[in-house]
Write a protein that binds this ligand. Sequence first.
Ligand code: F6R
Length: 615
Amino acid sequence: MCGIVGYIGKKKAIDILLNSLKRLEYRGYDSSGIAIYCEDEKKLDIIKKSGKIKDLVQEIERRNPSSSHIGIAHTRWATHGEPNDINAHPHFDCNKKIALVHNGIIENYRTIKSFLLERGHKFKSDTDTEVIVHLIEEFYKGDILESVKKSLKMIEGTYGILVLSSYEPNTIIAARKGSPLIIGKAEDQMIAASDASAIVSLTNQILYMQDGDIARLTKDDVEIFNLETDRITDKEFEQIDITLSQIEKGGYNHFMEKEIFEQPEALQNTFRGRVDIVNGTFRLNGIKDKFRDLLNAERIIITACGTSWHASLIGKYLIEKFTQIPVEVDYASEFRYRNPIITPKTVVILVSQSGETADTLAALRESKNKGATTIGICNVVGSTIARETDCGIYTHVGPEIGVASTKAFTAQVLVFFMLSVALGRKKMLTFEDGINLIKNVEIIPDKINEILNDKDRISKIDKIVEKIYNKTNFLYLGRGINYPVALEGALKLKEISYIHAEGYPAAEMKHGPIALIDENMPALFISLKDSIYEKIINNIKEIKARKGYVIAIANKGDREIEKIVDDVIHIPDTIEELSPLLAVIPLQLIAYKTAVKKGLDVDMPRNLAKSVTVE
Ligand code: F6R
């Protein structure tokens, strides 16, 4: 989950590295640092600082290092060792001839550390990472690439690393296993980074490194070897189509705000080109080779983490409703450790915005190992999960930078909707059903726009935020297809406003949690006019009878509900199967506005990182 970047070329390395680090900061922001080769002094210099990148920038200004055209940099999400200056990357070997940045976890670092301590190496930090650079020093016999190779062969765990050495000051060594690493090429310049957002300001020509790859980069060449076979592997650079404007805030105060407001257009991109009006279905070319496996599946398992797991719960509801194929949803972190039952007729769907989440990736590999057909639902094109699944469906919502996921969630739900309609049309849905479902999807972006751009609704949300921002607890309640939306609303509030929040199926309240209700416990109900509306009204009354403060998300025309709750946020009508796409929007806004009201760092909430590439 840390971000790493390395640059070599004709420009000032520090400028490029800092610019790229800012784009990688969403991956971790406990500390950051750079290592450069100072051409005048002919030595390496490391500048690093705990805190955010702005703190590093101040430190660099204070130190005013000499000019350089090669360097590596890191932004950290702490795993081993507290987030202080010493544990910040890059790390040096004993003689300050080699510097290294690392994203991942070295599992056998204790054993390696003892081995190195016996040989007289001196360690400065508490990190697992530092062992790698001392190991490279230990094995160095005049060829930096060879010593990195030898070191990596001893290492167990995951890594994306970049190595800079004053022994070979025109070279950066890059290697990956389990942590993403991408190389970008421009005229007389080479850049390597954890993801494309750190590269696109320089070039659109990129090459995805594979697990087991180790590369030697110079300003105009890259050689890639396979660590196991030691052979050179031929790889082509490809053109990617991320633009700079997609990864900038574009007039919004925060990425999260931008991404909430982008949803109408983002969702249009998700279904664009996939509507098959002639056959009353959706055309999902990415999975056409495995479509039969899905149709004939005895069981589908969907596995994911966090917000993607919530979208998967909605996916289960939709697939079962339209196809009657049994679906299980599992946390990826649990799935891989519980010996899941996978038969040749099991299809596993892996859902991940980043396509790099370590638990989801491990679940994918376990599923493949057991012979399942695997299908990815990812946002980041070319990500590891997207590449390792048999086939997949991209959500196509562009880069999501805000740590709290918003547009990726709605897009994942939409992909599940399209998938279940496409499968359902081969089973129980008629042509008319298909056309009706398509028509309803096509007007969803306008309906989201209606929620986002109605001043009265937004000022209602602001008033609600005034009432809740200083509370310490919050309940989100929903039923059926909107129960996962309650979970998602609670997660959004927790992660960016630090208010303890829980999502529950509304009817479960009476089995315990209702004991929590008093005038200090706000409860938000998703109470739409669907098949269980009357039941949810009963649940609301149970809370009101105990003096709870109740907010309802209700349909536009529902005036009755205003009489029984304290505040109502009305949303446009749609069919039940698409209602999560509208119901979640006010919940995203409540979380966002509450965090802003509390003066918190919305895009970089404490302790979190966007892409969780450690288990
Ligand atoms: C919450 C959030 C996380 C992610 C989770 C999985 O707002 O963003 O819960 O959903 O870490 O990430 P991906 O989807 O990248 O696998």
